[in-house]
Every structure is written in C-alpha cells, then in structure tokens.
Design a protein around this ligand. Structure first.
Ligand code: SAJ
Length: 457
C-alpha cells in the first residue's frame, strides 16, 4: 500500500483534496495542481467554490490568471476510480476527459476517490481564550466518513502538540473499517508557514517541517509534499512538528513583548527605545530586531502561543514567558491612549470631546487584514473617554469588525487639519509622512515612523 501510494505521488498520478481554501489552502491547492496533481479544493463557503470554478482568485497572493489556467487545464490522469464532481460531472467515456487540474466543491464525498488530503482550516481561540479545534474536528469527521485504504492525511493547521495523535488518529482508526495507521492509511502533521503578502518566501520555496505518526507515514507524506514543496524538514513525530510551529510564533510574541517592555522601561529612563534598539541591531550576531508597537495583531502571533500555554496547563505547568508577553502586549493600546491623554493635556485639552484621527487600522503595515488589530482597541478606549474618533487607512476604506463599524475619512488633508491629535497606529508605506507632520497639530507615533524619517516634531 505504501509503495503504491508513493509511486502515485512520484508519477503525479494522484488525486489530492485540500480542505479549507483560505490564505493557506488555496495557495497549497494551486501549488499541488502546478506540480501536476489533480486537485479538488473543499470548503464550506460556496462563494469560494464558485470563484475557483470560474477561474477567479480571492486571495491577494494568488492571481486569478493562475487559478483560471489550472481550473481550465485538463488532467492527464483523473484518478483510479475517477468520477467527475460538480461542474466536472459529464457523460464522457474517458474518465479523464474534461476533468480539470483544479476544481472545487462543497461535497466531501469526493474524498472517497482521493489519494491524499491536506487540512488547512482555522484554529482560533474561543471566548475564554482556550483553543478552538472544532474546525479540525469537523474536517476529521468528514475524512473519517470517506477514508479508504491507500490514503494519506496531512494536518497543516497550527495546533497544540498531541492534536494529530490524540484527536485525528483515534477518529480515523475508528471509522468502522479497522484501518491501521502506517499500513492501510497514513497520517502526518506539517505546519503551514504562509505569510500573506510576501513575495520572497512563498508556499513552494518555504521549507516545510513534516512529522509522521509512523516511519511509513513520514515516507508517504514526504512523497506527497515532495513533488510540490522544494525543501522538506522531516522530524521524528507529529508532536515535534506541532511544537516547532508554536515555538516559531511564541518566539515572536515573547520578543515583541520584550520590545514593548523596553519601551515602558525607556519611558522611566527618559530614553528613546527605538534609538536603543537600532543601535543594538548593529550587532552582526546574536541579536534579532523587534520594535515596540500597538501590541499584537494578526491571525497567528496573538493566538498560537496560547495553544501552547493551554496544553502545558493541562500538564500542570505554567508557561510564564507566554503569559507575561501576552500581558505586556495586550496592555499596549492602553499605554498609547495614555500618551494621547498626556499630549492633549500638555496642550491644555481634554480627551473628552477632542477630535482624534487614527492612521492605519490594519494589524501591520501594507496589509488590509485587521484581525486582532490593536488599533481597534485604541479607537475603543479613546471613544470610552469621550473622544470623537475618525480613522483613515489606504487599505481599508471601511470596516465592520468584531462589533465595530466605521467608514474611513476620504479627505485626509482636511481630517489632518481638523484633528486635535492624530495617532499613527499602522505605518503603511503609502503615507506621505512629511505632509502628515506638516498638517497635523499633535502626533502620537506608535511606530516611530516620523522620527525614523528624520521628521522630528
Ligand atoms: N509587531 C511588533 N513589533 C515587531 C514585529 C511585529 O509590534 O517587531 C506586531 C505587528 O505590528 C503585528 C504583530 O506584531 O501586529 C504580528 O506581526 P508579525 O510580523 O509577526 O506578522 P504576522 O502576524 O503576519 O506573522 C506572520 C507569521 N507567519 C506564520 O505564522 C506563517 C510569522 O511566523 C512570520 O514570522 C511573520 O508573519 C513575518 O515574519 O512576517
């Protein structure tokens, strides 16, 4: 079984499914299709399915032309017991005729004829801040329904160590067919390392760590991914691979927390934290630059470390660095609102009834993603103090997010002149900082972008 499956991957005669067609799943599906596999994307959102089948992309990193080419190209091989699904269904005699390199469906039954499936579903935190692996669990339920001998399953979603072996494995082995892992089917974990908006490190050329439940699982998973991913980094188990990803992002969260605490310390010392950091960054070894900011935004860094600390709590261990970094990072919006209060106070004004313009609500510069964006906390805290808050973001003209709904100002010049104080929350590169400095009366610069441009006020 193992060798037959490996041969299918090596000859690209395999039918792959990717569950979850977001910023990770769609690029992965495209990469597998470009490698020559027949790929069926599966998602719950029919709009995504329709877009892909129409040859359109909804992910900034993937041009529609690429999707269109793959969604119209016909496969040479359609799979052993091929049958078309959805738009591909046709009466043609040849099972491969008319079946496309890349197609998409909401129908999980396609898994019955797939040789491999990768799971790229979200892993958020729930309201109490604990891991929510319900998306992984429901994908696993669907896979268990259609799991058959000669199939490999790879989980990519970021999760706590033990998910693959403690959640997926028992459910897959208990699907009524008495399939044995490492013999009848194969199971591995390979953490996604997609950084949206990047043009240097993409899905294909970013090394991927991969850990199999058994040596045979690793061998099969390496054959599967090896045709589409340039560099694979095998490790001894899925648990190691799960922890590698959490270390990567916990490393960032803790170091960002340290940079933010340095800012708090420099306030007490009367020193410029960015000057200190820039000078430290001249050390050619043994130092990695992180800078203070508004706290932690995005879909990864604020969330992933809590999967690790949660797991360790179940083992009666308190992951103190993670908790402390989170405490400092989540305190930063309040720190910056206090700065606004201080500069207004120095100008003899109160926050209450002041007009404040926030520049940039995306979670980091040059993206339009605002998940967990601390700029929203800053806006909320200022409004709580009675300020009239407006925002401008060249990437986000308006938003409805987590109970907040705002339309960005259109006329930035007028808004700059009207504001009692502006807050630079996200330093998008398109901003003309010299012009902003000239027009604004008071500036709170959370990203130190004014000073770094030599535009000292
Ligand atoms: N931030 C700081 N100071 C810093 C760096 C970041 O305040 O020195 C803030 C950002 O403003 C943002 C948050 O932290 O609000 C997270 O920023 P990030 O640079 O870590 O960017 P992300 O969230 O897009 O992280 C992704 C991650 N990619 C994956 O998980 C696959 C991360 O592992 C990457 O290292 C990171 O992109 C990257 O390097 O761009």
């Amino acid at each position: 079984m193992k060798d037959a499956l490996i041969t299918k991957f090596q000859t690209r005669n395999a039918h792959i499914a990717v569950i979850g067609l977001g910023y990770v799943g769609l690029p992965l599906a495209v990469n597998f299709a470009q490698a020559g596999y027949r790929v069926t994307g599966i998602d719950l959102d029919p709009r995504k399915i329709d877009a892909i089948n129409r040859g359109e992309s909804y992910i900034e990193d993937i041009p529609s032309a690429v999707v269109r080419e793959l969604a119209t190209a016909q496969v040479a091989f359609a799979g052993a017991n091929a049958s078309a699904t959805g738009p591909d269904r046709h009466a043609g005699a040849d099972p491969a005729a008319g079946i496309r390199q890349l197609s998409a469906t909401t129908d999980f039954s396609i898994l019955a004829e797939c040789d491999a499936v990768s799971i790229c579903v979200p892993t958020p935190l729930n309201k109490t801040g604990d891991p929510d692996i319900s998306y992984i669990a429901s994908a696993t339920e669907q896979i268990a329904r259609y799991l058959h001998p000669g199939m490999v399953v790879v989980l990519e979603s970021t999760t706590y160590p033990g998910t693959t072996t403690e959640v997926l494995l028992p459910r897959l082995e208990d699907n009524g067919q008495n399939l044995r892992v490492g013999e009848d089917f194969f199971l591995a974990f390979s953490p996604e390392r997609v950084d949206p908006g990047r043009t240097d490190w993409m899905t294909r050329n970013t090394p991927m760590v991969i850990g199999g439940v058994t040596p045979a699982c690793l061998a099969v998973a390496r054959a599967y991914y090896g045709q589409a991913i340039e560099t694979l980094v095998p490790v001894s188990s899925p648990d190691v691979a799960e922890l590698v990803k959490l270390l990567e992002n916990t490393f960032r969260s803790v170091n960002i927390g340290l940079a933010n605490e340095l800012l708090l310390m420099c306030d007490k010392l009367g020193l410029d934290a960015w000057e200190v950091i820039d000078a430290a960054a001249t050390k050619p070894f043994g130092f990695m630059k992180f800078t203070p900011g508004t706290g932690l935004g995005g879909h990864c860094i604020p969330i992933d470390p809590h999967y690790l600390s949660w797991k360790l709590r179940t083992l009666k261990y308190n992951a103190r660095f993670i908790e402390l970094a989170s405490e400092i990072n989540t305190e930063m919006p309040r720190y910056w609102v206090q700065k606004v209060q201080d500069v207004l106070n120095d100008a003899g004004k109160a926050v209450k009834h002041s007009h404040i313009l926030v520049l940039g609500v995306a979670y980091k510069k040059n993206v339009s993603d605002m998940r967990e964006s601390p700029a929203l906390d800053i806006i909320h805290l200022l409004e709580e103090k009675g300020a009239h808050v407006l925002y401008h973001d060249p990437h986000i003209p308006a938003f409805q997010h987590e109970g907040m709904e705002m339309v960005g100002v259109q006329d930035l010049d007028t808004a700059l002149k009207m504001a009692d104080c502006i807050v630079i929350a996200t330093d998008h590169s398109v901003y003309n900082w010299a012009d902003i400095v000239e027009k604004a009366s008071l500036v709170v610069d959370t990203r130190h972008v004014i000073n770094s441009k030599g535009l000292k006020r």
